[in-house]
Design a protein around this ligand. Sequence first.
Ligand SMILES: [Zn+2]
Length: 356
Amino acid sequence: MADMTNSRIARLLLAGLLVAGICAAGSYAQSRDSSSEQGAAGEPYPQMPSVAPIGVRTGKYMDVPASAQGPAVDPAKGYRLQDLGGGLYMVTDNAYQSMFLTYDRGVVVIDAPPSYAAHIPQAIAGVSDKPVTHIVYSHSHIDHIGGAKSLGERPVIVAHDETLRLLKRAADPNRPLPTVTFSDRYTLRVGNKVLELSYHGNAHEPGNIFIRAPAQRVLMVVDVVFPGWMPWRRFALAQDIQGYFAQVEEIRKMDWETLVGGHVARTGTHTDVDVQAEFNADVKQAAATALASTRPGEGLNPLDKANPWAGFDNYIDRVAAQCVNTLTPKWSSKLAGFDVYVWDQCYAMEQSLRIE
Ligand SMILES: [Zn+2]
């Protein structure tokens, strides 16, 4: 028995090394003809996608297409300021994005990513000598607002009710609690400037709001659309996948010219949102087709028959592999990071379609 186990482990390791060796050579492709034995213990599946699965490291990920790149950040400054018009500015380190709005007596800061929040006062000082009077939180996540404390104790912090609830629970001194909250809509008027805050339900996480600057025709929605890029893994860790799909459609229908998505190296256009919606529809279709055409238990090692977790893992892996294979020809060169997260998107979509 011990020998059998050892020999199986040895075969698994060998398969792992084989995969690693293929990946290091820069092409994971290992599709085999359909007559090869299916699901033998320790053997990779037939028709495995050319994109490396989760957990398998490649020598080099696919190149980032020009369409996903943005203006360079001056390394000496550590941030880039983009004038969005009407006293509204985007601050970015080309990985995170936040905004601030200047008015006659002060400045409203919208999000403070800790990666560059220390530079926000300097960025403001370049265009205004007024103090920060308000902070708006897009949502509770630390990677977007964890630098708020470094902007000093502010009298007014505006956020959604759910963000207050989550921040009370987090009890993080770097994320001071909101002092003004709302459940549906809130219009923030400062001087003669306006920000329209609205809530469209759970998608990325409860309390994640839309921030619209109507005069500047700018919409900021964080962690939903990633211009030029794949969404972060599992549709940006959306807590509600169907809600996430619905929010992409809402963003699409709204009136704006510039989208600030909270991430990546550039702002977005309506075309970017159309592309994301098309990708979402394609993932949904690919996962639905794979679910309908994949038979549970097929190719499962008979020795694993009494292990239901193994049975599901085998089934779900084959669904995801088919989903990835379907998407790769159209999307691998169209969205940056396709190879990084396509498996995650297919797993998330499979799960959502199968049980929600
Ligand atoms: Zn987030």
